[in-house]
Ligand binder design. Structure first.
Ligand code: MN
Length: 232
């Protein structure tokens, strides 16, 4: 690329377990309400007609074990533990086989949320961006190649805060499977390498405060962690 007026925006490069080359993050898509028990705890019904999505900026993502300030503008900052799917080959209007073949790998991710802002905007029928697309608001653990992990098959997904378990479920509870999501989402986007899809969180979401340490895992994948420092 030619001269630029200021440094190119930072985009995270997620390590790949056991490999030298990392995975540069392009776009981040998130699935809403993909676990019935979480939809219920948020006072929502699951829409079984089709998945729905919101997006988060790649520039707002950080790698696992970051220490980040408690974010501005919220008094109800929540964790959401999720399975991230990393696209590895371009796919558009995918069939199920294409969907499966398009996955590069999987990782643990946190979809951090200013819940008070998300709910306030939702009640006013406005977009969720203030609640969801916050700085340092996506946390990404190293990816594991699909061939190494095998894909979701009922693995345990869990999250703890300061060593206390808060979310504990299995990937069998996902309403929309990874293939369902890729088939549907690729009807609206030309999915391509660099695209991450966060597939929704189980029940047990809750607030964290400055000083808290979050850890989350999915059987067979690298753990994701985040530490909250004091607000700026
Ligand atoms: Mn989420």
């Amino acid at each position: 690329m030619g001269n630029v007026l200021f440094p190119l925006p930072i985009r995270p490069v997620v390590p790949v377990t056991g490999e030298e080359a990392g995975y540069p993050v392009g776009r981040v898509f998130c699935v809403g309400r993909n676990f019935a028990a979480h939809a219920a705890e948020m006072g929502n019904e699951v829409d079984r007609e089709a998945p729905f999505y919101f997006t988060k900026s790649a520039a707002n993502a950080v790698l696992t074990d970051a220490i980040v300030p408690y974010p501005p503008g919220t008094e109800n900052f929540h964790y959401e533990m999720e399975l991230a799917v990393a696209i590895g080959t371009p796919v558009f209007r995918a069939g199920r086989e294409q969907a499966a073949a398009s996955v590069f790998g999987y990782g643990c991710a946190l979809d951090m949320t200013r819940r008070d802002l998300q709910i306030r905007e939702r009640q006013k029928q406005r977009p969720w961006d203030l609640g969801k697309d916050l700085e340092n608001g996506t946390v990404l653990a190293p990816l594991t190649r699909a061939v190494e992990w095998g894909g979701p098959a009922g693995q345990r997904i869990w999250l703890e805060v300061n060593g206390e378990i808060r979310q504990d479920a299995t990937l069998a509870e996902m309403i929309w499977s990874v293939a369902d999501i890729i088939c549907h989402l690729s009807g609206f986007y030309h999915l391509r390498p660099g695209d991450l899809i966060l597939t929704g969180t189980p029940a047990g979401v809750g607030a964290v405060k400055a000083g808290d340490k979050i850890r989350g895992g999915i059987d067979g994948l690298s753990i994701v962690g985040l530490e909250l420092a004091a607000a700026e």
